[in-house]
Ligand binder design. Structure first.
Ligand code: NAD
Length: 485
């Protein structure tokens, strides 16, 4: 069902400039961006030189006091401008995301919509950002004293982002930085720099001081210099565990936020609406070809409904529209690269060789991997214990909630979990007992509202995003005591 690409693909003749302290610049060499679906070149990003990186960091450092003192209405108006411009350019940016990432237009459009919301929420939170007074005369020794408490930025933020949501996860770092008055240096993923560069262009239209935002597509082997730089005291990282924990160990005294991977689980209780659960799990195991940190990977089903549920799940997965990401109807497109799909294939083959049954899928075509359901997966198989980051789920029966929750918690990771139940008791129990950053009742673990606190426990990370939470992570409480009142 391929349609012509003419008019659908972004212009591939341009080399996008990067954004150095609010102005466009070109450097030395370029990152060529290819389309995962068919490998064609869809654009390129100019790569800054070491001197240009130094200039951007020095500018962020130099502007930090001015940024922290920016009136709230200036910050809020800049954030609202970004939301408006993203909305005006939404279709163009969605196509850019599909081009660089390969995700179907359906999800690319959704991502732009979410980024718009993130900037809107940030503008609203900025207007609510305020200090408070605390009376200290609760203690006789502090009679006549009053504390004024406000949050101030630690300083400029280094935002390191992954390929899978190249716009929205950049928004989740940039918007709260602007809201609290912190300069930000963005380092996008090398596979997908183009949408972050458009965001840089839109930010450059605002009244923010020049040094406040830079977007620098530096290659991975030069990223460590940014991480180490003492003028960037906050590192907000979203990406894989090995890189994230390496960063934390490298700069233990910095304020490091890590949003890392997971192998998210869904629990289907006997009282669940099985059709609803199957449809949601089938879709959100495979959306973005499974390349979401909260894609459903492990599905635990009450034994009494296992035989009724599993065929529904397989039917839901087989009903997904796969293929051309430029087709409006496509739900599952390619992975980011053929190498990524080969890794998924190797992990599924390993599980199958160890006794797993492939209920559907299990085949690869270039960078595309067929949505796959596995049963009887041995506990030690990579598809059970590691983050698959591909369109693969395993289904397994459980006897009783104790076993279900123990299975969910039997993981190095803990981002979110989904529990399909109609029982409020089970919901509260899940919230108490599941070792995750978020429990979603009646839906998949993949649900995220951009304004809610979001993040992991265990090896899934430290710190929280979601506008208000990120604003708190980027700042510290500072007290002024007034005497003689
Ligand atoms: P990745 O770790 O390969 O890359 C993430 C970023 O780190 C990129 O910008 C990359 O260029 C940069 N990087 C790589 N090496 C670096 C180094 N030595 N120093 C500094 N920066 C370096 O991850 P990815 O493949 O782009 O993204 C997929 C991963 O991201 C998955 O594990 C997924 O679960 C995770 N993720 C987590 C969340 C979350 O919110 N928890 C959201 C999306 C993705």
């Amino acid at each position: 069902r391929r349609r012509g690409y003419r008019g659908l693909m972004p212009d591939n003749t341009q080399v996008s400039p990067f954004w150095l302290a609010g102005r466009p610049a070109t450097g030395d060499g370029e990152i060529v961006v290819t389309h995962p679906y068919d490998g064609r070149v869809i654009g390129a990003a100019s790569v800054p030189t070491d001197a240009q990186v130094e200039e951007a960091v020095a500018a962020a450092h130099a502007v930090r006091a001015e940024a922290a003192a920016l009136p709230l209405h200036v910050r809020a108006e800049a954030l609202a401008h970004v939301a408006r411009r993203l909305a005006e350019r939404s279709e163009e940016i969605a196509r850019l995301i599909t081009g660089e990432n390969g995700k179907p237009l359906l999800w690319a459009r959704g991502e732009v919509g979410r980024a718009i919301s993130v900037f809107r929420f940030a503008a609203e939170e900025t207007r609510r950002w305020s200090g408070h007074a605390q009376r200290l005369d609760t203690d006789p020794a502090a009679a006549g004293r009053l504390a004024y408490v406000s949050r101030v930025p630690h300083g400029p933020v280094l935002a390191v982002t992954p390929f899978n949501f190249p716009l929205n996860l950049t928004a989740h770092k940039v918007a709260p930085a602007i809201a609290v008055g912190a300069p930000v240096v963005v380092k996008p993923a090398p596979a997908t720099p183009l949408s972050a560069l458009v965001l840089g262009e839109i930010l450059a239209e605002t009244e923010l001081p020049a040094g406040m935002v830079s977007v620098l597509p530096v290659p991975n082997d030069r990223a460590a210099g940014l991480v180490d730089d003492p003028r960037l005291p906050v590192v907000s990282f979203t990406g894989s565990g090995p890189v994230g924990w390496m960063i934390k160990e490298r700069v233990p005294r910095k304020h490091v936020t890590l949003e890392l991977g997971g192998n998210a689980a869904a629990v289907v209780c006997a009282d669940a609406d099985l059709d609803h659960a199957a449809a949601r799990i089938g879709l959100f195991s495979n959306y973005q070809a499974g390349q979401s940190c909260i894609a459903v990977q492990r599905v635990y089903v009450a034994r009494e409904v296992y035989d009724a549920f599993t065929p529904r799940l397989v039917a839901a997965v087989e009903g997904l529209v796969t293929g051309d990401p430029w087709d409006d109807a496509t739900q599952v497109g390619p992975l980011i690269s053929a190498e990524a799909a080969e890794r998924v294939q190797a992990w599924v083959d390993e599980a199958a060789a160890a006794g797993a049954e492939v209920l559907t899928g299990g085949t690869r075509d270039g960078a595309a991997y067929a949505p796959t359901v596995l049963a009887d997966v041995p506990a030690g198989a990579k598809v059970a214990c590691e983050e698959v980051f591909g369109p693969v789920l395993l289904v397994q029966p459980f006897d009783g909630l104790d076993e279900a929750f123990a299975l969910v918690n039997d993981s190095r990771y803990g981002l979110q979990a989904g529990v399909f139940t109609r029982s409020l008791d089970v919901a509260f129990r899940a919230h108490r007992e599941l070792e995750v950053g978020g429990v979603i009742i009646g839906d998949v673990p993949s649900y995220r509202a951009d304004q809610m606190p979001y993040g992991g426990v265990k090896e899934s990370g430290i710190g929280r995003e979601g506008l208000r939470s990120a604003m708190e992570d980027y700042t510290y409480e500072k007290v002024m005591v007034l005497t003689g009142l």
